[in-house]
Design a protein around this ligand. Structure first.
Ligand code: ATP
Ligand code: MG
Ligand code: MG
Ligand code: MG
Length: 434
C-alpha cells in the first residue's frame, strides 16, 4: 500500500478524551473513529488488525473441532423470555420494537439463540457432541463505555457453544476450549493467563477468565509466577485425547481475579512466586450444565431410548477488545509495537528522498516483493516525520531507504520491538524479511 494514496488519518495531537495508551494510540494511528458513545468505525489499519485476530481465533476454533456458523445480531425477545433472562439482563440489553410492535433486541450474547437453533436439528445422542461458534457483533449498553474499543457498546466477539450428552463429555469440551484459548492468545504474541472466575449471569459452576497483564487492566489479579513462563505453543494438542493434564498444569497453580481471591490459598504460595497485577479480560469460558437446554426444552433421545437434556458450555473471546489489549501490552513512548502475527502490515518502506532515482527504484522493488504486507511511505514528507509515523503505527519492520545507501544498493533494516538496526544489501534485507 502506498501511503500517498492511503486512507490513514493519523492525528498529531493526543486526543483529550483518551485516558489509556491503547485508546490514544488507536486514535492517533487512525485505526478507529468514534461515531457515538462506545461505537466505532474501523478504518483500514485497524480493520487489518481486527481481521488478523479474527483469523487466528477462527483457525484455532476449527482446529479444536468447533464449526463456524453466523447467527444474526437482532434477536426476538421471546427466546429470552423462555430462558428467563429477558428481564434479568437489565439495562445492558438494547431493546428494539419493529413496525409490527414486536419486541426485538440487539444480541449481547447468544446462548438462547444457539440453543433454539440446535434444538431444531438435534434429535438423538448421535447428534452429540457438537460445538458451534460464530464471530459476530454484540451490543451491550454499558453504563460507562470507555477506553475506546476496550469497553465499547458495540463490539466483536467470538462465542462458541458446546452440546454434550454427559457431564464428563461437557468437561472434555470445556478442556478443548481451554487449550484452544491458550494457543489462540499465544499465537497473537500475547500472554493470557486462565484464572478461576465467577460465572455471573450466565450461571453454572466451572468458569475461567483469560487475562492479559497490563497496568491499565480493570481487575486486580493474583497468580503464580510459573504461569508467566510457560509457552502454550511448545506442544501441539491432540484434541481427541484426554486434555486434563494440560488443564491441570494451569489450574493447580494459583491464579484468580479479585472476585474469587482466596487469601489463605494465596498465602500458601511462596512469596517470591507471587505476582499481583492488573489484568484485562480477553476471554471467558463457562460450563453451565443444563441451564439453557432445560429452560428451552432441548432434549435428545439417549442410547437407551430415554430422553436426555444436553449439557452445555459457552466460550467467549473479545475480538475487538484484543486489538486494544495487544497495544496495552506492546507499546512504548513512541507508539505501538505490533506482535508479528497481528500487525496490520509486516513492514514499512521509508523512502527518505522521493524523486531520487536510486531510492525510488529500491523502494519499488521491496514493495513488489511484499505487495500485501508492506506500507510504502512515498509521501513528500521529511525523514523525521516518516520515522515518527512508522514508530507510532508500529510495523514490526522498517526498511529505511536513503540516497547514500541506495547508491550502493543498501538499505537499513530496523526492528521496531527492539530498536535494533542494521545496514544490509537489498538481497539480504529481502531474505531476512521473508
Ligand atoms: P467485562 O467484565 O469486561 O464487562 P464480561 O465478563 O461482561 O466482560 P463476557 O460476557 O464474559 O464479558 O464476554 C466475553 C468476552 O467479550 C469478554 O471476555 C471480553 O473480552 C469481551 N467483552 C465483553 N464486554 C465487552 C465490551 N463492552 N467491549 C469489548 N469487549 C467486551
Ligand atoms: Mg460486562
Ligand atoms: Mg467480566
Ligand atoms: Mg466475563
Amino acid at each position: 500500500m502506498r501511503l500517498s494514496r492511503a486512507f490513514l488519518p493519523t492525528l498529531k495531537e493526543t486526543p483529550a478524551e483518551a485516558q489509556i495508551a491503547s485508546h490514544r494510540l488507536m486514535l492517533r494511528a487512525g485505526m478507529i473513529r468514534q461515531t457515538s458513545a462506545g461505537i466505532y468505525a474501523w478504518l483500514p489499519l485497524g480493520l487489518r488488525v481486527l481481521r488478523n485476530i479474527e483469523r487466528i481465533v477462527r483457525e484455532e476454533q476449527d482446529r479444536a473441532g468447533a464449526q463456524e456458523i453466523l447467527m444474526p445480531t437482532i434477536q426476538p425477545a421471546e427466546l429470552w423470555r423462555e430462558s428467563g433472562r429477558y428481564d434479568d439482563y437489565g439495562k445492558e440489553m438494547l431493546r428494539i420494537r419493529d413496525r409490527h410492535d414486536r419486541e426485538m433486541l440487539f444480541g449481547p450474547t447468544n446462548e438462547e439463540m444457539v440453543t433454539d437453533l440446535f434444538k431444531s436439528f438435534a434429535k438423538s445422542y448421535r447428534d452429540l457432541p457438537r460445538s458451534l461458534y460464530h464471530i459476530q457483533w454484540k451490543f451491550r449498553d454499558e453504563v460507562r463505555p470507555r477506553f475506546g474499543v476496550m469497553r465499547g457498546r458495540e463490539f466483536l466477539m467470538k462465542d462458541a457453544y458446546s452440546f454434550d450428552l454427559t457431564p464428563e463429555g461437557a468437561r472434555h469440551s470445556y478442556h478443548q476450549m481451554f487449550v484452544a484459548y491458550l494457543r489462540t492468545f499465544a499465537r497473537m504474541g500475547l500472554k493470557a493467563i486462565p484464572m478461576r472466575a465467577d460465572t455471573g449471569p450466565i450461571g453454572g459452576d466451572l468458569s475461567h477468565e483469560f487475562i492479559i497483564l497490563a497496568e491499565t487492566g480493570e481487575s486486580q489479579v493474583f497468580l503464580h509466577r510459573d504461569l508467566l513462563d510457560y509457552d502454550p505453543l511448545s506442544e501441539a494438542p491432540d484434541y481427541n485425547s484426554d486434555l486434563s493434564p494440560q488443564v491441570e498444569f494451569w489450574t493447580r497453580r494459583y491464579a484468580a481475579t479479585e472476585d474469587l481471591h482466596d487469601e489463605a490459598a494465596w498465602n500458601a504460595v511462596p512469596e517470591a512466586e507471587r505476582v499481583s497485577a492488573r489484568g484485562i479480560e480477553v476471554g471467558h469460558i463457562f460450563y453451565f450444565g443444563t441451564k439453557y437446554s432445560k429452560a428451552m426444552g432441548l432434549q435428545v433421545s439417549g442410547p437407551d431410548g430415554a430422553m436426555v437434556t444436553p449439557e452445555m458450555g459457552s466460550y467467549g473471546v473479545g475480538v475487538s477488545r484484543l486489538v486494544a489489549a495487544a497495544i496495552e501490552a506492546n507499546h512504548d513512548e513512541n507508539g505501538i509495537k505490533w506482535p508479528d502475527a497481528i500487525a496490520p502490515f509486516k513492514l514499512a518502506i521509508l523512502n527518505l528522498k522521493v524523486g531520487d532515482a536510486a531510492c525510488d527504484a529500491l523502494c519499488e522493488q521491496i514493495l513488489a516483493a511484499f505487495p500485501d504486507d508492506a506500507v510504502y511511505d512515498d509521501r513528500g514528507e521529511r525523514a523525521g516525520v516518516k520515522f515518527a509515523d512508522a514508530d507510532l503505527l508500529g510495523y514490526p519492520w522498517q526498511v529505511v531507504v536513503g540516497p547514500r545507501g541506495a547508491a550502493a544498493g543498501k538499505v537499513e533494516l530496523k526492528r521496531r520491538a527492539t530498536g535494533e538496526r542494521e545496514e544490509l544489501s537489498l538481497e539480504d534485507a529481502l531474505q531476512k524479511l521473508r
